[in-house]
Design a protein around this ligand. Structure first.
Ligand code: BES
Ligand code: MN
Ligand code: ZN
Length: 522
């Protein structure tokens, strides 16, 4: 899965070999330097360029390169610089139309910058990036590490099933070896450690979403989750027999038309060793893992149905997040719980009109078998709150097409019974660029789930589809602080960006890792 980059940090003083500049180690390959508006460069960058600075100025004038973010100036390196190629990448953001001047860059800006750099240098074998910005960041080591994260996220490519890897549009196994030159490489390396854990978690989540549904059926998904044991995560897999005994009838109803066995996977990371009382209480993440969603008997139209292999993006995020937390040894007790099923039409499949008794004891009238996600989640939510008494539960699910209508791919829908948790999630969204938008809940929406025949029906009607789905889930959290993230618009098939070219985006790993790191550790 060709993550084809290898990145490390070196000192600025080793970065260049300009004749009258810094006579340091000449490494060949490509030299990348950064320039802000009107070609502003840091003093260090200019020193590294030495005589070549003048060449850059002239080339920039000819090419009308002014340092705008997203643009690059690509020139042959002059003899004596010690590199074959010289690239200047712009960092100057256009001020927003409604803002007087550009705001100071934040962490997501450095991540994006790293991604943009990777976008320009992907496929080059050897690259030295002088990461010394014209406007010095508050914490240069953290900014460089953020850029490294962005580079890794941008470099991700899922080509496991392409047998021809040398086409023009496919650079095959070319490796890009990148040195990021910074003032304090030791500091950047320290900061980079947890970013590597984050990149690994996002990569894992993306791959799970991208895998085809004949390969990643529920048991295979559970096996992938089991691999977290290598990192010290306890992983428990419940099969249909155990689930039936426990009473997961709503979840099992969804999978009963499939040849594949339904699974629930519980992952436990106990990183808050020695914590007592409230501090030891786990945080809990719950994911919808519908490995393929045909709609069941209420079958979906054929067009685009292949996308429903990604209907496990919530579960993929939970597995990726647990990977990240364990890999960076987060000081937190965390539960990851996923319901993994396949929704198929069949002689044995569930029907509209069926009534099932959920694990909570509440009965549910099935209206549309394509609203399967909430039936999977409701039993897992109930199980987690009852068994683990968590501080909070956050579920992620590609739950409704309606959230795409409301928010598109920019924001995930956030629904919550807790203003504090909701606020922290919104903040984490701004700090990572994985943004959430809070949507309303309330008794009048809840009422839409009243049923003639059972305690509730599981679909509320045509309007406010994402909200009634969330209202349904809320009936299974038993008062636990809870947030639901509807990621149907962000988890898959979202437009590519500086930091993501993959169909499966791995959305949510960075958001929830940030939430834990900022508020629930130590
Ligand atoms: N997995 C779908 C939602 C979805 C749609 C995810 C598009 C990603 C992209 C979900 O199971 C579903 O089918 N929801 C129905 C609910 C309806 C039947 C009440 C929907 O949104 O149409
Ligand atoms: Mn569905
Ligand atoms: Zn679905």
């Amino acid at each position: 899965m060709a993550e084809t980059v290898q990145i490390d940090f070196t000192a600025l003083k080793d970065a260049g070999a300009a004749p009258k500049g810094r006579g340091a180690k000449a490494t060949g390959g490509t030299l990348v330097v950064l320039a802000g508006s009107d070609l502003a460069m840091s003093a260090e960058t200019q020193a590294i360029l030495g005589d070549a600075a003048d060449l850059v100025k002239r080339a920039a004038a000819t090419a009308k390169f002014k340092g705008a973010s997203g643009s690059a100036l690509d020139i042959l390196a002059p003899a004596g610089l010690g590199f074959d190629r010289l690239m200047v990448i712009g960092t100057a953001k256009k001020p927003a139309k409604d803002a007087g001047k550009t705001a100071a860059p934040t962490a997501p800006d450095y991540v994006s910058l790293g991604g943009a750099i990777m976008g320009k240098i992907g496929g080059f074998p050897r690259v030295t990036v002088v990461f010394d910005l014209p406007e010095a960041p508050e914490n240069p080591g953290a900014a460089a590490a953020d850029a490294m994260l962005g580079m890794r996220l941008r470099a991700y490519k899922f080509d496991l099933y392409k047998t021809k890897k040398n086409d023009d549009d496919d650079k095959g196994d070319v490796r890009t070896v990148i040195s990021i030159a910074v003032a304090d490489p030791a500091g950047a390396k320290r900061e980079a450690k947890n970013r590597d854990a984050v990149a690994d978690g996002v990569t894992l989540a993306r791959t799970l979403v991208n895998e085809p549904p004949n390969v990643l059926f529920p048991a295979a998904f559970a096996d992938r989750a089991k691999e977290l044991q290598k990192l010290g995560v306890e992983v428990e897999v419940l099969g249909e027999k155990e689930l039936a005994k426990l009473g997961f009838r709503a979840l099992l109803g969804v999978g009963q038309g499939s040849e594949f066995e339904s699974k629930v996977v519980i992952m436990r990371w106990n990183g808050a060793k020695g914590a007592k009382g409230d501090k030891a209480k786990p945080v809990a993440f719950i994911g919808k893992g519908v490995c393929f969603d045909t709609g069941g008997i209420s079958i979906k139209p054929a067009g685009g149905m292949e996308d429903m292999k990604g209907d496990m993006a919530g579960a993929a995020c939970v597995v990726g997040l647990m990977h990240t937390l364990a890999a960076r040894k987060a000081k937190v007790n965390a539960i990851g719980a996923i319901g993994v099923v396949e929704n198929m039409p069949d002689g044995k499949a569930q029907r509209p009109g069926d009534i099932v008794k959920s694990l909570s004891g509440q009965t549910i009238e099935i209206i549309n078998t394509d609203a399967e996600g909430r039936l999977v989640l409701c039993d897992v939510l109930w199980y987690v709150q009852e068994k683990y008494k968590p501080k909070f539960m956050i579920d992620l699910a590609t739950l409704t097409g309606a959230i795409l209508v409301a928010l598109g791919s920019e924001y995930a829908g956030l629904f919550s019974n807790d203003d504090d948790l909701s606020g922290l999630l919104s903040k984490a969204g701004e700090n990572t660029g994985e943004k959430v938008w809070r949507m309303p809940l309330g008794p009048s929406y809840d009422k839409l789930l009243d049923s003639k025949f059972a305690d509730m029906k599981h679909v509320g009607g045509r309007h406010a589809g994402s909200i009634t789905a969330a209202q349904f889930l809320q009936r299974f959290v038993n008062g636990t602080p809870w947030a639901h993230l509807d990621i149907a618009g962000t988890g898959m098939s979202s437009p590519s960006s500086d930091i993501n070219q993959s169909w499966g985006s791995g959305w949510g790993v960075r958001l929830l890792d940030r939430l834990v790191a900022d508020h629930y550790e130590g």
